[in-house]
Design a protein around this ligand. Sequence first.
Ligand code: ADP
Ligand code: MG
Length: 237
Amino acid sequence: MSNILEITGLTKHFGGLTAVSALDLHIAQGEILALIGPNGAGKSTVFNLVAGVYAPSEGVIHFKGKAIHGQKPWDLCRLGLARTFQIVKPFAGKTVLYNIMVGAFLHTNSTAKAREKAEEVMATLALDHLRDRLAGNLTIADRKRLEIGKALATDPELLLLDEVMAGLRPTEVDDMIGIIKGLRDRGVTVFVIEHIMRAVMALSDRVAVIHFGQKIAEGTPEDVTHDENVIKAYLGG
Ligand code: ADP
Ligand code: MG
């Protein structure tokens, strides 16, 4: 299996703070990798670096074999790398259909084609019945699904999901686990940041743990949850 993403020596300084420090990480094609770690560990910063929101201070990122560090989010989206944001930000005054079509316009100028893509995405995410609802009026769970839909409409090969389970009820978490596994079954490689351990265990092929910007463990979900350094990090040690 080849690696769709390879991160080597990735470092990001914010002034005197090192948010990500000499991080090495890879994701195989078709894999679900979870990035976990205590609050402030640097997880969202890793996503922002991979998605082109920030330029790295040091290190290289390869996507499908090509160096991408320093490229802008829109260009990366065209290459097949899409993300959701921890704080969801749809066009609140626009419908679900409109919000998803915005993503689809990345690959087409045709409204009919964008609409067709949006229909396909809404079906995948069971959002059809909410197509005319304004995004600002959705429940948290539906808003999270819309956020995934916006990204999915760009036809990503690698999808970055930042805490899409946060704030969901247990049954909604189950639904979301099913949705994400379904995406992977359709060929999308998935990189998730997730706090809900039950979801991490159910979803991930592999888990990487960071603490103060550094990788402290990597392995199967079972391996990392029994790792001494990981337990210490979560207990505040
Ligand atoms: P996590 O997602 O693991 O909770 P973050 O990546 O959001 O952690 O943050 C890691 C560290 O970097 C934190 O100390 C945070 O305050 C800091 N940080 C994140 N983004 C910025 C920024 N744009 N400017 C300055 N500091 C930042
Ligand atoms: Mg975060």
